[in-house]
Write a protein that binds this ligand. Structure first.
Ligand code: SF4
Length: 168
């Protein structure tokens, strides 16, 4: 209930390079930490996600957009869109939405991974973006820890070409 709209299934992914001061989940930073997301885990996830009272899936971590996670996460969001199209997908990342959309051409070395990141973000309903900044911590905020982070309505943002926030 604290990781997005409604009652949700939450998947924490390991791997994060953002090193936010006072991160709540430092145990997830090492890409080799955690439990293998195998077929059995995926079956369990889909079984929970299929329940009528579940609104959707939240991907968090760690960072679901860490380079080690991109192929698996891309497969997963594709599968959810195909098999459970009414469920919403929320994505938490230390990256900013604008790190991948409208990036200058000189960042060519990152383009391959960024194409995957853009595909993943485009298939989500919401992206909560940006690093956690402890001096901007505000416990009254919905679904985010610090006031620099934005709860972005991805579809509206892509349609309108400017950041649109998710209506709370
Ligand atoms: S992006 Fe998230 S998991 Fe990564 S260091 Fe920052 S708060 Fe922690």
């Amino acid at each position: 209930m604290l990781n997005g709209d409604g009652l949700r299934v939450v998947l924490w992914l390991s791997g994060c390079t953002h090193n936010c001061y006072k991160c709540q989940n430092p145990q997830t930073h090492n890409p080799s930490s955690g439990i293998l997301f195998d077929e059995k885990a995926e079956e369990e996830l889909f079984s929970e996600l299929g329940k009528e009272y579940i609104s959707g899936l939240t991907l968090t971590g760690g960072d679901p957009l860490h380079e080690n996670n991109l192929d698996e996460v891309l497969n997963l969001v594709n599968k959810i869109r195909l098999l459970l199209p009414t469920k919403t997908i929320w994505l938490y990342s230390g990256y900013k939405f604008t790190d991948f959309f409208d990036v200058p051409i000189w960042r060519a070395s990152e383009i391959k991974n960024n194409i995957k990141r853009k595909e993943i973000i485009s298939m989500c309903d919401v992206m909560v973006d940006g690093k956690y900044i402890d001096k901007l911590r505000d416990v009254s905020l919905h679904w985010r820890g610090s006031s620099n982070q934005r709860v972005i309505d991805v579809k509206q943002t892509l349609q309108k070409g400017g950041i649109v926030l998710w209506a709370t």
